[in-house]
Structures are given as structure tokens and as C-alpha cells.
Write a protein that binds this ligand. Structure first.
Ligand code: MSP
Length: 631
């Protein structure tokens, strides 16, 4: 068994946590859960970084002592992590004695090894970054480039750490370990920075009182970044070299936002080198979540309505959206309309309906999960794909490609939907075909068992719901196809992703798409003549390609094949279907509709769909040749 130690940054508790903090923590949670699933011994650390100037100021503004303020805010992080189903092993606070003693010991070691000296520092300082900015990084206004807040001039006698001494060793380490920093773009930035030369850093503050005293000079407190970074070891029991510390240090992965990669990939390793301690194996810096293109900021009041979206869509939809929609190393703009679209298309439609449909057929036709006695067409393909999905998932998770990892699972989900469709399983209830029906349903449930295990690191609540409905008591492994015991009683429960009322959503998303809507069940009163109806040229077509239209959340640009010609059609279905899932689908097209230009995109026809609160594409019961007329 291998050990796996993953950490998030410790967050400043100057106010309650925001979606950016949640993003980092959810990503770390996926890794922790995935490694537990693989049978590894995992330690997952998160916590709060309490000795910040920001915290001190926030406390003062509320008339509280910094400690009382931290005692009030720290639990709000724990509460959010509970709500988000975060499976951390340690929630660490830097005001704990364990941390204070550990941080002081670490400082002593650096001092004893000769890498700490006294000198004078002056410069512009950002209280939110807890960092100095050099003249060349500044504009005339002396504003923090990250927080856009005025910088403060600081001047004092400090202790310094000889960071410059480690420049060559750091360069060598980055070159010898190409995977040390992920993604490569961050690694290259750091290499450039390193090559331009490192300066020693001040590691004490004489002007501040909120912090951990220097062990050998109590007039000073330890600079927050120095003590904060050491939390990754002190939380494990570095001070006493506890068993936990010996088991888990060095960390496998430190996850963080790109803003603090430099502290983790240069300063932290240099300090560890100075203390003759092993370095963390990987520094993984993800992009920033933005809102309308702007960085989230507690200080500037730019935030994501995480609470509202979780209430509307559930925790798993929120986790799924963050992990599926954005490429982990890049920035991603949070858009509630996209969350809504993912919910409908991937979760409710692809996965929820599949479970519901298969369980419905089992319930109707069998007393329990049937024994697979009668192999047939497509079975081997499905079984093979289950195995390749497991392998591909592993490869994607190992490079933090959570979006591709989920897409890989969903390719399998969609394949099983197609399997059900291709085999027309619902038509096989006659006595002579019932054994084949049972086999197809068994395979579909076995695939759903695989899926439930594979999604469990990402959307654990859903994984559990699926297993419960299939009748499995425990989480099972996916190492072997066919382990689903026949004879289990399934219990088709409530839909795992119930329909969400989108009216509220529409109010907050002003973009309008002209989509005449007929409410389900409403009677049509205006009659048309048969001659008028005949004017419509309805044809069977196949979708060849689908892509989003920039600036139009509800629209997709489709390329369709009508047998005799290919066309481009704009369809208002982006909230309900994923581009990738559409390719290959047969649809019905109004082929003689006047061409129109919608959002600067030409549209030559219209795709038919059932259109109520949900939108479902109209299609024929079985496939027919392209171009066939629909009457
Ligand atoms: N306390 C330091 C970290 C010390 S670690 C030894 C700190 N704290 S913080 O509260 O400012 O939050 C840090 C982390 O929150 C970022 O690195 C990132 O992981 C996450 N995020 C903060 N804003 C974010 C976004 N807008 N988007 C994504 N993540 C963001 O820095």
C-alpha cells in the first residue's frame, strides 16, 4: 500500500470562505478520495492561516481580539467543507500550540544551519498578499497588482532568510524533476523568475504583534508566509517527529491557486533544503475562477453565489460543474447558465435518465437483478470500454485533468445509453427473448456500478445514491467486470437529478433566445389546414458537429447531414445538450425554413424538439436513411 499526502493552502480567515477556496478544496478532495479508492493510505490536510494582518484588521473593525475573531470565522470553513462533502483528515489552525511549537522549531533549525541573518528592509507591502513588491513591479499609484488596493510603505530591521543561496539548487531541482510544478506554463514562469535572480527574503516583523514570536528574538514575530508554509509539516507532528509525520512527509501534492505558486515552488523548497528535509513531490497550481472576467475577491466584493447555486442544484452538481467545465490549470469564468446546462445535459439527461430507465425495466420485467445467460451483440464492446475507462481515468487524474477525466466517464455513460438504444432492450420482454433482455439489463447495471465507483471521487453523494438504488450495500471496486451479484433487489428511487425550475435562472441571465414555447398539456386552438401542414418539409438528418456560439449561452451551431446535402443550423438547446453528446444523433429538421442569421451565425433550417421546462430532441423510434421525409 502506498501513502498519499495532499494539502490545500491554509486560507486566510479574514472573512468567510468563497467559491475560489471551495474550488481548490474540492480538487484536493477528488485526489484524496481517488487515492482512498485505490486502497492507498491517505492524509488530506486543509486549514486556516490565522496570523494575517488582514485577520488582525478585520477583528479590530469588529471590536474583537484577533483570536476571538478567528474562533468565530474558522468554523465557517469547517461548515462549508461539510456541506461540500470534503473528506479532509485534518482541519488545521495556525493558532494551535502544535503549530506554534513546530514553526518555532523550524525557525531554530534554519537559524542553526546559518541561513538566517539580521538586516534592514524597506519596501511597498500589500496586506492582502502579505508580500513586498519591488519598484519594477509597481505603477505610479503604488497599487497592489493582485488586490488593486493601496500598498503600505514598510521599513524595519528584520531577520532574513538566505534564499539567494538556493537559486542554483532550485534551478537544478526544477530541471531534474520536470513534473515538480504543474502545469508546464507555471513551471516555465518560475524558471524565468529563477533565472532572473533570487533575493533574500525578510522573515520577521518587528512592527506587528499578531503572530508567533521568533524563538531566538521575541521582539519579532515570524513572517506569516514562513510559518504558514511550515503548516504542511507541523500539522503532521513535525515538532516531535510523530509517526504520522514520518508516514506522510514529504507531501505528494500541494494544491493551490496560481497566485501563490511562487511561495510554494521556490521559497518553501529552499527552506526545506536549508533544513535538510525532503521536498514535496508536486506543486500543482490551478487557474483562477473569475466572475464576469474579474478575479473573485473578498476585499473587492466580487463573489459567486455558491450558496444559492448549491441550494438550487445540489452539492454534486456544483462540484461536477467546477471540475468538468474548467481546465484545471487555466482560469475559468463561472457562469450559472453553464451550470444549469451541465446539470440538465450531463447529470439529469445522460446519467439520471439512464439509471431510471434501466431500473424501470428491471422492476417491470424481473423480480431482481437477472442472471446474464445470453451474450450478444455489443456486450464485449461495452465490457472492454468499462476497462479502458478505468485506465484512462487513472491517466487523466495523474495529470490533474479533472475535466477530461469526467468526460472519459461520460463517454462511457453515453455508450451505455446507446447500448440500451441499439439493443432495443424494451422490446425483448417476450419469453423467447427474455434471457437476452436480462443479460442486457445485467450489463447495463454492471456498467452503472462501474460508473458509480468511478464518479465517487468527484460526486460522492450521487455515487452512493446509485449504489443504493442498484441494491449494493458497499462500495465495490471496479477491478473486475461481472462482480455485480445477480439476485439483488433494486429499488428505483426518486430521480437522482430532479428537474430544476429554470425561471429563476432566466431572470438572472438576461440573454433571450426566441423560442416559442408550448406548455406541456396546454390545448392548441389555432387549426392549420392539411395543405398548410404539407408546406413543411421535415427530413431525417444526422448531426455531424456541434459547437457553442460565443456570447450566446443557449445556442449551439450544428452541422447536419440530410443525405443529399449538408447544412448549418442554429439550435437553442445548449442548456440541455452537450456538444459532444450530440454528434452522431439522428434528428428531424424543418428543411424548408427561411434562412436566418442568429447572433451573426447563419441558420438553414430548424431542429425539432419537445420544448417545455426541459428540451428533448425529436427523433424517430429507430434510425432511418438520411433525408427520409417525416410526415
Ligand atoms: N494563506 C495563504 C496561503 C498559505 S498556504 C501555506 C493564502 N490564503 S487565501 O485565503 O488568500 O487563499 C488562497 C487560495 O484560495 C488560493 O491560492 C487559491 O487556492 C484559492 N483562491 C482564492 N481565490 C481564488 C479564485 N478566484 N479562484 C480560484 N482559487 C482561488 O493565500
Amino acid at each position: 500500500m502506498r501513502t498519499f499526502y495532499v494539502t490545500t493552502p491554509i486560507y486566510y480567515p479574514n472573512s468567510e470562505p468563497h467559491a475560489g477556496n471551495a474550488y481548490t478544496t474540492i480538487a484536493a478532495d477528488v485526489l484524496a478520495r481517488y487515492h482512498r479508492l485505490k486502497g492507498n493510505e491517505v492524509c488530506f490536510l486543509t486549514g486556516v492561516d490565522e496570523h494575517a494582518a488582514n485577520v488582525y484588521n478585520a477583528a479590530k473593525a469588529e471590536g474583537l481580539s484577533p483570536q476571538a475573531y478567528c474562533d468565530k470565522i474558522a468554523p465557517t470553513f469547517v461548515k462549508l467543507w461539510e456541506r461540500l462533502n470534503i473528506s479532509h483528515d485534518i482541519f488545521f489552525r495556525t493558532t494551535s500550540d502544535l503549530h506554534k511549537r513546530g514553526a518555532q522549531k523550524f525557525l531554530n533549525v534554519l537559524y542553526d544551519n546559518g541561513d538566517v541573518y539580521k538586516g534592514k528592509y524597506e519596501g511597498y507591502y500589500c496586506l492582502s498578499c502579505e508580500d513586498f513588491f519591488s519598484e519594477k513591479e509597481l505603477t505610479d499609484e503604488k497599487i497592489c497588482p493582485v488586490h488593486k488596493l493601496p500598498l503600505q510603505w514598510l521599513e524595519e530591521e528584520n531577520y532574513f532568510f538566505r534564499l539567494s543561496k538556493y537559486q542554483d539548487r532550485l534551478l537544478a531541482h526544477l530541471h531534474e524533476h520536470p513534473d515538480f510544478v504543474y502545469p508546464t506554463a507555471r513551471r516555465n514562469e518560475l524558471l524565468n523568475f529563477l533565472e532572473s535572480g533570487l533575493q533574500d527574503v525578510s522573515i520577521s516583523r518587528a512592527s506587528l504583534s499578531w503572530g508567533i514570536p521568533f524563538p531566538f528574538d521575541p521582539e519579532h514575530i515570524i513572517y506569516i508566509w514562513i510559518e504558514a508554509l511550515s503548516n504542511y509539516m507541523t500539522a503532521l507532528g513535525y515538532e516531535t517527529e510523530s509517526e504520522q509525520y514520518q508516514t506522510f512527509w514529504p507531501a505528494d501534492v500541494h494544491i493551490m491557486g496560481k497566485d501563490i505558486a511562487r511561495f510554494h515552488a521556490l521559497l518553501w523548497p529552499a527552506m526545506l533544503m536549508a533544513a535538510n528535509l525532503p521536498l514535496p513531490k508536486q506543486i500543482v497550481a490551478h487557474g483562477w475562477l473569475t466572475k464576469d472576467g474579474e478575479a473573485l475577491s473578498k476585499t473587492r466584493g466580487i463573489f459567486i453565489d455558491m450558496d444559492g447555486d448549491i441550494t438550487t442544484y445540489g452539492v454534486d452538481a456544483f462540484r461536477y460543474y467546477l471540475l468538468r467545465e474548467f481546465s484545471f490549470g487555466n482560469d475559468g469564468d463561472y457562469r450559472p447558465a453553464r451550470l444549469h446546462a451541465r446539470y440538465n445535459a450531463d447529470l439529469a439527461n445522460d446519467l439520471g435518465n439512464l439509471l431510471n430507465r434501466v431500473l424501470g425495466l428491471v422492476n417491470k420485467n424481473f423480480a431482481a437483478i437477472p442472471v446474464p445467460t445470453t451474450p450478444g451483440e455489443f456486450d464485449d464492446e461495452v465490457k472492454e470500454m468499462a476497462q479502458t475507462t478505468v485506465d484512462k481515468l487513472d491517466a487523466h487524474i495523474n495529470v490533474f485533468a479533472f475535466d477530461t477525466a469526467l468526460e472519459t466517464i461520460w463517454e462511457f455513460v453515453r455508450r451505455i445509453n446507446r447500448y440500451v438504444q441499439q439493443t432495443q432492450v424494451w422490446t425483448l420482454a417476450k419469453p423467447e427473448t427474455k434471457p437476452r433482455m436480462g443479460t442486457i439489463l445485467y450489463n447495463s447495471l454492471e456498467a452503472l456500478r462501474f460508473i458509480s465507483v468511478l464518479i465517487s471521487p468527484f460526486i460522492p453523494e450521487t455515487a452512493e445514491k446509485i449504489q443504493k438504488q442498484i441494491g449494493l450495500a458497499d462500495f465495490d471496486t471496479v477491478s473486475e467486470w461481472g462482480r455485480l451479484p445477480a439476485g439483488l433487489t433494486v429499488s428505483r428511487g426518486e430521480p437522482i437529478f430532479p428537474r430544476v425550475d429554470i425561471k429563476k435562472q432566466k431572470q438572472s441571465e438576461p440573454e433571450k433566445v426566441a423560442r416559442p414555447k408550448q406548455k406541456a398539456g396546454k390545448k392548441t386552438t389555432d387549426l392549420v389546414s392539411f395543405a398548410d401542414f404539407q408546406k413543411l418539409d421535415l427530413r431525417v438528418a444526422r448531426i455531424l458537429a456541434a459547437e457553442p456560439i460565443e456570447g450566446a449561452d443557449r445556442l449551439l451551431k450544428l452541422q447536419v447531414d440530410l443525405g443529399t446535402e449538408k447544412r448549418q443550423v442554429v439550435a437553442g438547446i445548449a442548456e440541455h445538450y452537450n456538444s459532444e453528446a450530440l454528434v452522431g444523433k439522428q434528428v428531424i429538421i424543418v428543411a424548408n425554413l427561411e434562412p436566418a442569421t442568429i447572433r451573426n451565425v447563419e441558420s438553414h433550417g430548424m431542429v425539432l424538439a419537445g420544448s417545455g421546462d426541459a428540451v428533448v430532441l425529436a427523433t424517430l423510434e429507430t434510425e432511418m436513411p438520411l433525408g427520409t421525409q417525416v410526415k
